[in-house]
Write a protein of this length. Structure first.
Length: 277
């Protein structure tokens, strides 16, 4: 598990960079206001909403692992498989890839800058920035560089990297589910208030994604998914690096992922029904 988490993130980010032939800067040039809104929504507004929710008296008595899991997931944007999910669920996979590129890059600044808001870990922002850069930005730029300067090589290795990334990610998810799933149900059942907190944040993130988008159904769906789907791989990597002994925190991160999936299902059905009208 300790090897699979960084390996999965590395492969997914390299694959994302390889799949962006000269389009990663298109949004910055042609739609800067839209890009800025999405980045602010995903990297700033979602963490701020989490901060406000965590300050509500009703959630004050929650266990520390639930509170920290919500904070971590709010801080970590850009879910690794969002491009695949967007393409299959009525969204725009190309737009999702462009937005994921930028959110992954901005996370190097936003995660360390905002982690101090939550006062739950005494970690140096520079250490957090280094971890995020190592996990996301460096492999992403590696993929972009290969695509830009050796396009033939990129075309040859990209299908292999994509398949390898999918296999490693699925293996990681399977191992996490096998290890955590029997514990998640009783864990959530004993902390229904924590589950409600996660549900509220997930729903709020979907709403933020709709608000920062444009009035076009496919783009709205894509933007909502990009903003709401957080990065459990990065969150678990930070836990592994800075609090490896907190096993229940890892369980809470898995609980957040499952609750987000459950929240997203009715949202996507609603969006697909709108596109069919």
């Amino acid at each position: 598990m300790a090897v699979l988490i960084p390996l999965a993130l590395f492969l997914v980010m390299v694959s994302l960079g390889l799949g962006l032939p000269r389009v990663e800067f298109d949004l910055l040039r042609t739609r800067p206001a839209f890009l800025l809104r999405v980045l602010v929504g995903s990297c700033v507004l979602v963490p701020l909403v989490a901060f406000v929710l965590l300050k509500l008296p009703v959630f004050a008595g929650l266990p520390a692992d639930w509170l920290m899991a919500v904070a971590l997931m709010a801080l970590c944007p850009s879910a690794p498989l969002i491009t695949f999910k967007s393409g299959r669920k009525g969204g725009d996979a190309v737009l999702a890839a462009k937005l994921q590129f930028w959110t992954a890059a901005v996370a190097v600044v936003s995660v360390p800058a905002l982690i101090g808001l939550f006062h739950r870990w005494s970690v140096e922002p520079a250490s957090v920035a280094a971890q995020v850069a190592q996990a996301q930005l460096i492999p992403l730029l590696l993929g972009v560089g290969l695509r830009r300067w050796t396009p033939k090589l990129a075309d040859q290795i990209n299908p292999v990297i994509q398949k390898l990334a999918s296999v490693v990610m699925l293996l990681l998810l399977a191992l996490i589910l096998v290890a955590a799933l029997p514990k998640v149900a009783p864990y959530v059942a004993s902390n229904l208030l924590g589950a409600l907190l996660m549900l509220l944040l997930s729903a709020a993130a979907l709403g933020i994604g709709l608000l920062v988008s444009v009035p076009q159904p496919v783009e709205q769906t894509t933007t909502a998914l990009v903003v709401s789907m957080r990065n459990p791989g990065l969150a678990l990597l930070l836990v592994q690096q800075f609090a490896p002994e907190q096993q229940e925190l890892k369980l809470a991160v898995v609980a957040y992922v499952l609750i987000t999936v459950l929240t997203t299902i009715p949202f996507l059905r609603w969006r697909q029904s709108l596109q069919q009208v």
